[in-house]
Write a protein that binds this ligand. Sequence first.
Ligand code: NAG
Ligand code: NAG
Ligand code: NAG
Ligand code: NAG
Length: 926
Amino acid sequence: MEDRSNDAASFGSQTNALFRKNLTYQKRRACANFCLISFPVILCLLFALLQGVFRHAKKQAAVPCGCTCANDNGDGKCEKPCNWEQWVKDSGNGCPVYRLPQWPPLLQVPANRYRAVRTESDSFMDLPDKSCRLKGSCPVTVLFTGSNQTLGEIVARNMFTNSIVLDRSNLSDVVANTVLGSDIEFEVGKRIDPAFLSVSPLYNVQYQCSPDSRLAVSVPIPQSGSAFEQEARCVQALNLWRNTSTAINEELFKGYAEGMSKGYINKILAAYDLQNSNRKIFNATIWYNPAATMRVARSVNLASNAYLQFLKGPAAKMVFEFVKEMPRAAGNASMDDDLVGALGPMFFAWVILQLFPVVLTSLVYEKQQKLRIMMKMHGLGDGPYWLISYAYFLAISTLYMLVFVIFGASVGLKTFRLNNYAIQIVFYFLYINLQISFGFLLAALFSNVKKATVVSTICVFGTGLVGAFVFNVLIEDSSIPNKWKILMELYPGFSLYRGLYELKQYTYIGGMQWKDLNDSDNGMKVVWLIMVLEWIVVIVVAYTLDQIQSSGSGSPLLLLQKLWKKPLSSREPSVQTQGSKELENADKPDVCKEREQVEQLLVQPSIGHAIICDDLKKVYPGMDGNPEKLAVKGLSLAIPQGECFGMLGPNGAGKTSFISMMIGLSKPTSGAAYVQGLDLRTQMNRIHTKIGVCPQHDLLWETLTGREHLLFYGRLKKLKGSALKRAVEESLKSVNLFHGGVADKKVKAYSGGMKRRLSVAISLIGDPKVVYMDEPSTGLDPASRSSLWNILKQAKKDRAIILTTHSMEEAEHLCDRLGIFVDGSLQCIGNPNELKSRYGGSFIFTMTTSVDDEQGVVSIVQGLSPNAERTYHMAGTQKFEMPKHEVRIADVFNAVEDAKSRFTVFAWGLSDTTLEDVFIKVASGA
Ligand SMILES: *[C@@H]1O[C@H](CO)[C@@H](O)[C@H](O)[C@H]1NC(C)=O
Ligand SMILES: *[C@@H]1O[C@H](CO)[C@@H](O)[C@H](O)[C@H]1NC(C)=O
Ligand SMILES: *[C@@H]1O[C@H](CO)[C@@H](O)[C@H](O)[C@H]1NC(C)=O
Ligand SMILES: *[C@@H]1O[C@H](CO)[C@@H](O)[C@H](O)[C@H]1NC(C)=O
């Protein structure tokens, strides 16, 4: 551990490097960041605008209050008369109402189709026949009971009248001598009893009705002294005696069965239990229709009046003329005006949740583009990466929330304005931390930005909707135990929703203050607790998951799959390869020798070898029914310091699999490897600080310049101050990116070749001891390629380089040793000349003549070398391979001179075998 500080840049300097790089990167993205932060501003402005329009429209539509009481002389009397229509409008518009009308007291009468009639299923035989429903003449039933039936029947009889002659012009007379009712439900909060606005008539309850007994009832109009007429239709009252109050209860209970669909309207008008009433005591229980508690007063008055008449005779009367509400102040219409308030927590939740996709996609992007792994390969630890990323998200989220709160408060959103700011800050701060850590957690599950975007966006909107339409109902339902609510709040979106809901609720009573957190039904405290605990748990889980992943096991799902299948997959291939390896290597002495050397090096370690691979294997598990794929089948290799080792091989031979194991992108299935004496399996983090990688595809930030890239990676490799500056400049010069300001152009303006050169420069900066280059010269023009070769030649002096390439020229030019890799294993290994002589111990002789002279050429060649082989033959052109030990070059020239004298030779040539020939031979032979 103690020498760790020597090879890796310290936590601080890694953090510094990443911080500086990200700062520049985010500066370039200033526009995007600004847009993100100003998103709430735009939303708030939009809503302020909408609300303005809405209020304006409402104001336009509103009729000015016509009945306002001028009340100039201060005697409390309003002089201004007001007509009925104006009064109704005023009441609807939330105008102050000084004089409320005196409504005649009404009974809640069941509508004709709901009145009690005889049915087969019940035992109440004294009810009317149901044929009355068709005629519309069903009586309304009133039930009685009490300890003295004689008294009860007298009182009941006194309740209603037979038809009597009324003085219709005398309102008091009408009201005093009739019992009026309505079947319209009275709604609490309505400014006018709807019975008087409705077209359906009132009822006049009597014991007998003449066929068309109708009555016009005048209703007084406030502030004017006049009245308007409403028709009242006669309905017959039916008094029924029941033996016990239990019987009444039962009948009333059954009375709902039919009317169920209409809510809580009973078939029975009312019921009275006179109990122990006698001449001295009036003791009555009244069952009233719950549809209209406002209309209970009339039922009470009926009973009292009837009892009074029982005592004093019909002349005595307890007249109940009017009911009258208190005057009303101007209505509070702000609820309707507050559009955002109407949208409520859902709107706020959406705006805040909007940050989640930003966090998630940004993390997944770095993963998908392999930028994270690129940084890691160059020595960036996970700690600094997390710290800087987290700090960035926290900063941007904090700004976002600040802007939202400040702007929201300034356009008048009550949630922001009224609640204690400290409480809001704690709440939002906790939430954004939780949200960011969730982003890290989910980022481990995604590897594709598009998928992450889609899923997180669905989450955002889904959470808002489910919160508003399901969770909200749960919160408000006090019968649901708290534990279920808390369980739902474990989902961060709902804990956010709950918090916003509480904030909104408290705006109705002036905003939440610290002392309100103590309220028993305030969920805020629990939400905070959940958030804090969850934040800690999520951070730990996310970090662990990230560690598992970056150790090369792929996605967590794959890891599980692997653990599950391990016993099976590790057995089979080992049996199969073990047996065949001896056979395979029998005719490859060079490969065997390399293996022996590796074995010896493992026993006696030497510092001179930068890379030692011991029987390295990589097996990709079978997917979708395909058999598993052996990408690397037991590779043993030792590469000394100062050597450039070239890996040749056809596509799909396993070169890239090998390199990705060596740079820690994937884990070897079995075998071991040591880089500078560090074990690949356990010390990958330290290995990362010693290697440089030039990946096959350029992994660069489009918006950073070449110089910034090199500065960043240089800092990761512990370069500082002037040394860093010098190294970067030298590096830029060496890859020819220094002149003409190229170094300070953004990478997106670079051509493919320039990007490639920058990648090479990155892999070499900071003097790594081992460098992997995956096809570094692909796509370079000849001039750049030759300059690249010069750089590599310089570079290989004091380090080991592993190079894969498809260019034989490059391999021959740069590599000290070559290995040809076919089908997952090395076919041969050695320096280029060795290989050429081993695999190509022949000259290639080509001659073109006319077709007629072909036979002559063949005989000449056979004269030169009896074992020559014709490898190509087409329209007079023939190609022969002649073993070197059989021919002398001088003889060949002589033979050609001789041939020229006998027939026409169009062209001829003699060449040594090239590496390309060797490659083709080995690749096709394997
Ligand atoms: C029942 O009431 C009537 C009328 O007041 C009275 O005459 C009678 O005595 C009462 N009966 C009993 C048992 O109290
Ligand atoms: C009610 O009481 C009367 C007289 O006591 C009796 O005749 C009648 O059967 C009783 N009704 C019921 C339903 O119990
Ligand atoms: C009224 O009736 C109830 C039930 O019968 C009884 O408990 C109560 O004492 C009575 N009240 C009076 C004042 O008699
Ligand atoms: C909250 O309630 C607890 C116990 O009910 C009490 O001790 C405490 O003083 C209260 N705090 C505030 C700020 O009201």
